[in-house]
Design a protein around this ligand. Structure first.
Ligand code: PLP
Ligand code: COI
Length: 341
């Protein structure tokens, strides 16, 4: 076990021992390579550097109450990376390679998995980049797939305490027929200015509205939005948001907990009527929201649950989700893959 202050981990990069690499060249994928270097060398005309041929994933492994290590829903992340690859004309990574590389990355860095009870987890970051050279705007014919890991704590420093969010109307993250529904670097580049401004102005993050009509909530830079009212779990349905695996799981758990589930448009005006609101994602898990301020109109939407602690449904959903991930609740959906390490 590494000598790390596990209880005070933030969502930052920490060097671990190894990362895993795999190369697509001459029409086929190579065997996996284990590297102890954090660096790699790349052609100056690689398409990832010029034309944004880049996609990534984020998933987590958890050290459970019983000492076992559980990987959460890797197959969904693998599928999504394939969708992202296809959206920007990259060579998709086959499921078997994704799975093998992720498991190997966890096993090779097992002493970096935070102990049970510290609230930490091992964040796994697979990435796929175009490494073949091109000068014209064309997809590459060579790709590199890398999986590295880092032990992490909460994404927002408040952890599970309610945060304030901002609506940014003067920026768009993604267009309806663009790339918002896949996990590629360009979407994050487009979200940086608004997100950094939100931080400077005292908010945890900002929500983007649908870029066509500017009337509906889309999502935050790193997380989906959900809300609760009158026994209903409501989350936006939009062509320009990332289909969050956490949100997908919460919809199942919400139904099991007795909530009705609706995926539909959420108009900004409706924010006033919610009892609870939250941001959800692999990194964020569930971040309860106390209020959302619309930077341009000055409107402030406060959720009935208030700013002291999370509302009852956010708490129940969080406990159930983390309970499955840490092996405290039965994994009835087979979401976790146990890894021997
Ligand atoms: N939305 C965006 C833009 C994200 O980057 C993420 C993080 O992956 C999410 C939502 C949450 O998705 P997931 O729950 O699959 O991590
Ligand atoms: C995740 O939740 O895995 C993300 O990728 C969000 C953010 C760190 C980009």
């Amino acid at each position: 076990m590494e000598n790390i202050d596990w209880k005070n981990l933030t969502f930052g990069y920490l060097k671990t021992n190894y990362n895993i690499r795999c190369y697509f060249k001459d029409g086929k994928w190579s065997d996996l390579e284990i590297s102890d270097s954090e660096k790699f060398s790349i052609h100056i005309a690689a398409t990832c550097l010029h034309y944004g041929q880049e996609a990534f994933e984020g998933l987590k492994a958890f050290r459970g109450k019983d000492g076992k290590v559980r990987l959460f829903r890797w197959d969904e992340n693998s599928k999504r990376l394939q969708n992202s690859a296809e959206a920007v004309m990259m060579q998709p990574v086959p499921n078997e390679i994704f799975k093998k590389a992720v498991i190997e990355a966890v096993k090779m860095n097992a002493n970096f998995i935070p102990p049970y009870g510290t609230n930490g987890s091992l964040y796994i970051r697979p990435l796929l980049i175009g490494t073949g050279e091109r000068i014209g705007v064309k997809p590459a014919d060579e790709y590199t797939f890398i999986v590295f890991v880092s032990p992490v704590g909460p994404y927002f420093k408040e952890g599970f305490r309610p945060v304030k969010m901002q609506i940014a109307r003067d920026y768009d993250r993604a267009a309806p027929l663009g790339t918002g529904h896949v996990k590629i670097g360009g979407n994050y580049a487009a979200s940086l200015r608004a997100s950094e401004r939100a931080h400077h102005e005292g908010f945890s993050s900002c929500f983007f509205l649908d870029s066509k009509t500017k009337t509906k909530i889309d999502e935050a830079g790193p997380a989906n939005f959900f809300a609760i009212k009158n026994g209903v779990y409501i989350t936006p349905k939009s062509p320009s948001i990332l289909p969050s695996i956490t949100n997908m799981s919460l919809r199942v758990l919400a139904a099991e907990l007795g909530l009705k589930v609706e995926e539909r448009d959420i108009m900004v005006d409706e924010l006033n009527s919610f009892e609870e609101g939250g941001a959800c994602g692999t990194a964020a898990v569930i971040s309860p929201i106390s209020e959302i301020q619309d930077r341009e109109t000055g409107a402030v939407y406060k959720f009935a649950s208030g700013n002291k602690e999370a509302g009852q449904w956010c708490k129940k959903l969080y406990e159930r989700l983390q309970g499955i991930q840490y092996g405290e609740y039965p994994d009835t959906h087979n979401w976790c893959l146990e890894i021997e390490c």
